[in-house]
Design a protein around this ligand. Sequence first.
Ligand SMILES: NC(=O)c1ccc[n+]([C@@H]2O[C@H](COP(=O)([O-])OP(=O)(O)OC[C@H]3O[C@@H](n4cnc5c(N)ncnc54)[C@H](O)[C@@H]3O)[C@@H](O)[C@H]2O)c1
Length: 307
Amino acid sequence: MQHKVTVVGAGNVGATAAQRIVEKEIADVAIVDIIEGVPQGKALDIMESAPVERFDARLSGSNGYEGTAGSDLVVITAGVPRKPGMSRDDLVTINAGIVSDVVRKVLPGSPKAILIVVSNPLDAMCEVARRVSGLPRERVFGMAGILDSARMRWFLADALGVSVESTHAFVLGGHGDTMVPLPRYSTVGGIPVTELLPREKLDAIVKRTRDGGAEIVNLLKTSAWYAPSAAVVEMVDSVLRDKKKILPCAAYLQGEYGMSDVYLGVPVKLGRKGVEQIVEIALTAEEKAALEKSAGAVRELFQILKV
Ligand SMILES: NC(=O)c1ccc[n+]([C@@H]2O[C@H](COP(=O)([O-])OP(=O)(O)OC[C@H]3O[C@@H](n4cnc5c(N)ncnc54)[C@H](O)[C@@H]3O)[C@@H](O)[C@H]2O)c1
């Protein structure tokens, strides 16, 4: 393949993202995990599916970073997932240590890489990766908004009995309880959903979107991976193929939306340089207040960080 991606963490999200990347032949993938045998075993198992699934991209697994050198992009999923009753925020200290360690080890071999952070609490882990790497904001961003929007899109498609392909949804803000789903900017076939569904039904969809992560945790007793890995791969694809898709991602704000020095889910243009533009949309006073509240929650986590 023309491109190379490193996925750190061969758990549920990392391994499934790696599988999707090679199956789509977007890039060759090197997957790294600290558990002996797991990245090697998963890589081998996925490669043994290649003749049947018909892909020629290569996946390799290891416990070290030698095989990751020259990566264009690094996806960081290493960390511990949320358990029932545990908030994303409880994870901050332990995952900050893991993400710092990963960034320090992966960058020397791949100094030009773009970092996509997935580990939770997402916005805080993006900040850890930014501080430790010293990279510009264009090259350090996080996955959350595509997942949250995809959940909302599925709920809308299901409620209206239409193809998911006709839906578009906007979820901004931090990846946590204060995320900001925006029905006003969400459409089905180009028609605002506010014209298609009664207020109570929309409110229920917004609430279910906000609680989407917890709904899965309660069912699976661990956090989701099919939809999260699909969301990661949409970002990887937009960057490596320089598609310049407008996607909601966690980006470091420097004046946009009237805020600075904080990671927040906003629409960005994702291309070969990473975050090529942060798109500002007009918000009502109520929406702006919700976004600021979300930023406040993210900033509280930043204060806990010791990196
Ligand atoms: N941003 C999002 O929307 C989103 C969605 C789902 C999950 N997540 C987060 O992604 C992370 C991974 O979730 P998961 O379900 O795949 O968890 P998982 O437990 O299945 O996998 C995590 C893997 O990371 C590995 N790991 C731990 N420390 C490491 C290190 N120092 N170096 C390399 N690997 C290391 C573990 O051994 C494990 O295999 C969690 O933090 C989870 O909360 C985020």
